[in-house]
Design a protein around this ligand. Structure first.
Ligand SMILES: Cc1cc2nc3c(=O)[nH]c(=O)nc-3n(C[C@H](O)[C@H](O)[C@H](O)COP(=O)(O)OP(=O)(O)OC[C@H]3O[C@@H](n4cnc5c(N)ncnc54)[C@H](O)[C@@H]3O)c2cc1C
Length: 611
């Protein structure tokens, strides 16, 4: 048997996939062409093929002066760690809005032993789709590594790459509400509905302001207000109330995308349906640059609320008992559309409740929790409930994301404190600790609702107890869709997200991070020894949970950088279809991300073909 040239095998595969997906001829002919310049490795500054100054100038002209030469603030800090600029860079807690407004920065500064935030050489600060087309064409033709950044919140570092050209969408922030949106080409197939469109640089705070605070509607986004809309939708995307409204991806109605061939494509259920499907959870930065998105708008519930309390167990035995009571209560009351967010089981034998609810009055929420409080009261020697008068609160849903005076005074919400910052620049204090963070370790696993059945609950409880001997475990109830309405589950089923999410009662997350730090910056070095110890503890905790949830996969955007068997973990049975869409729309791998579809054809940095 004659072995097939690996490049040729890729081309045959890509061509077949293109035909199966009914792509236009432009992509087919490109994928079937003989290996040309686009089939070679990518260039770096200093190499003979790196574009000269005149070429960059031509790109700058094509994008109307939006090309930016990027300098690394980290390099400057390595040279002068005591400078005021450097002190500001490592200030904790940082302002997430300020980090996002800096073309050179990402929200996470790095991950010990994995990656360190490194800016591109040039960035196109795109204002319109045509700017993105020019950048994509330039990168493809000149074999420059391309990277895309929106909100900059990737834990995996997939929105930054040294020696690259960045498409930065931050300036594309327009938001438009529609009363009767019909996706292009879907007339007669999809009924007109309320929807919101936004540019690719919009963050969830912008949509919550336009849709909820001003528009009186609801759009399913992320919990963190400074996450990018485009990045979250391509992650799958879970928000506080996903148990009622499903994933962000499941609510996508249409996207405008610039694909690797420089074509501007409209993707929806009726046009480029496979590309549309892949954009819904297939991972950001893998299939093209999304320039515009339109999402379903739901009627707004009357009330939103929160439950915040901590229960301390007085011994290991009491903590085992507390986990059991928590799982009983969870199975009986919390796995449904009213509830979301987190139950954190801590290493110090405490349960920290940070839950939210929707569509319930405060008194209904109190009544729902009463059986749990009664169970705790029955064992006064075992449990100590940290009392707070604000442990169950509710608000008119319309003001949930509004920085009202009362909420700011009580510390429930914060505003960007830079002079002149827009009112809409808000964030939850709980997310602020992640601004500028250095990650030490991270794991996620979907826990099937079947583990809450009476015959398996004790085993789950024991696994959680043993896991917490290694590291604290957070159960994100809103990131598993068991208990959600059938239509929310059906919409999420029609996305690339691992189907394990559909019948999970929660996503278990085990993670650790340090304050802002960067290798080589004196006084701000990451604590590598600590990070490695914590990473090992996290892996051990996750391994215990995987014993009870062996098919629990991992959430693509909130997962281990070193995830084993990552394609199956992120997408389950959807991984093969995703790979086919990748081969059809990006046969030469212009869009590369760590552990993205097709990334195994490249070196870890995305510069050199692996075969
Ligand atoms: C503090 C914090 C809180 C979080 N909370 C949640 C949460 O509540 N729920 C949840 O599901 N996830 C959450 N995440 C994870 C987050 O949703 C994902 O990391 C998401 O991909 C970030 O999108 P971004 O645009 O902010 O980030 P970026 O880093 O800019 O982008 C993420 C990926 O998407 C790509 N991308 C961005 N814009 C585009 C575009 N226009 N076209 C093509 N590709 C693009 C990037 O190249 C990158 O690969 C959180 C992360 C952080 C740091």
């Amino acid at each position: 048997m004659t072995p097939i040239d690996p490049d040729r095998r890729r081309l045959i595969g890509a061509g077949a996939a293109a035909m199966a997906l009914g792509l236009g001829t432009a992509v087919q002919s490109a994928s079937l062409a003989a290996p040309g310049p686009t089939h070679r490795d990518r260039v770096r500054p200093g190499q003979p093929d790196w574009p000269d100054e005149a070429a960059w100038q031509r790109l700058n002209t094509a994008v109307g002066g939006a090309l930016v030469k990027v300098a690394s603030p980290f390099a400057a800090c390595r040279a002068a760690a005591d400078s005021a600029v450097c002190e500001a860079l490592f200030k904790a807690p940082a302002n997430p809005w300020a980090l996002g407004d800096d073309v050179a920065l990402t929200q996470t500064f790095g991950w010990v032993d994995a990656w360190s935030s490194s800016p591109s050489v040039y960035a196109v600060a795109a204002r319109r789709t045509a700017d993105v087309v020019a950048a994509v064409d330039f990168a493809r033709e000149r074999r420059v590594r391309l990277v895309v950044k929106g909100g900059g919140h990737s834990y995996q570092g997939t929105s930054n790459a040294p020696d690259s050209l960045l498409v930065w969408t931050r300036r594309m922030q327009d938001v438009t509400l529609h009363n009767a949106f019909v996706p292009t080409g879907c007339a007669g197939r999809i009924a007109p509905q309320r929807a919101v469109s936004c540019g690719a640089g919009a963050l969830w705070a912008h949509l919550y302001d336009a849709v909820t605070t001003r528009g009186g509607g609801y759009v399913q986004g992320g919990g963190c207000t400074t996450v990018g809309v485009a990045g979250l939708v391509q992650s799958g995307g879970f928000g506080s109330f996903s148990k009622a409204f499903g994933t962000a991806a499941g609510n996508l109605l249409e996207a405008e995308v610039v694909t690797a061939d420089g074509q501007v494509r409209i993707a929806n259920a009726c046009t480029h349906a496979d590309l549309f499907w892949a954009l819904k959870g297939g991972g950001g930065g893998n299939f093209g640059v999304v320039t515009r998105l339109t999402l379903r708008v739901h009627p707004l519930p009357e009330t939103f609320g929160a439950v915040n309390l901590t229960v301390n167990a007085t011994s290991d035995a009491a903590f085992r008992k507390l986990i059991g009571l928590t799982l009983d209560f969870c199975a009986n009351a919390l796995v449904g559309p009213h509830w979301g967010e987190q139950l954190r089981l801590r290493r110090d034998n405490a349960l920290q409740v940070s839950m939210v609810f929707q569509g319930l009055t405060r008194s209904a929420a109190v009544a729902a929790w009463q059986p749990f409080f009664d169970a705790l009261d029955a064992s006064p020697k075992d449990f100590d409930l940290a009392f707070s008068p604000l442990r169950i609160v509710s608000t008119d849903a319309r003001t949930f994301w509004a920085p009202t005076f009362v909420k700011r005074t009580l510390g429930f919400i914060k505003r960007d404190d830079r002079p002149g910052a827009p009112e809409v620049n808000v964030f939850w204090p709980g997310d602020q600790g992640q601004a500028g963070q250095m990650l030490h370790g991270y794991e996620s696993i979907w826990l099937p609702a079947a583990l809450l059945h009476a015959d398996r609950r004790a085993a789950l409880g024991e696994a959680l107890f043993v896991a917490t001997r290694h590291w604290s475990v957070s159960l994100h109830l809103n990131k598993g869709l068991a208990g959600a309405p059938a239509e929310a589950i059906a919409a999420a089923r029609d996305t690339a997200t691992n189907p394990a999410a559909l019948d999970a009662f929660a996503l278990a997350i085990v993670g650790a991070r340090g304050d802002p730090a960067y290798p080589g910056v004196r006084g701000h070095e990451p604590d590598e020894a600590l990070a490695r110890r914590q990473a090992m503890a996290i892996e051990r905790a996750a391994a215990v949970l995987r014993e009870v949830a062996p098919d629990g996969g991992a959430y693509v955007s909130e997962s281990n950088y070193f995830q084993r068997d990552w394609a199956r973990a992120f997408w389950g049975a959807n991984a093969g279809r995703l790979q086919a869409v990748k081969a059809a729309f990006d046969p030469d791998g212009l869009f590369f991300t760590h552990h993205g579809p097709g990334s195994d054809g490249w070196s870890a940095d995305g510069f050199t073909r692996a075969v």
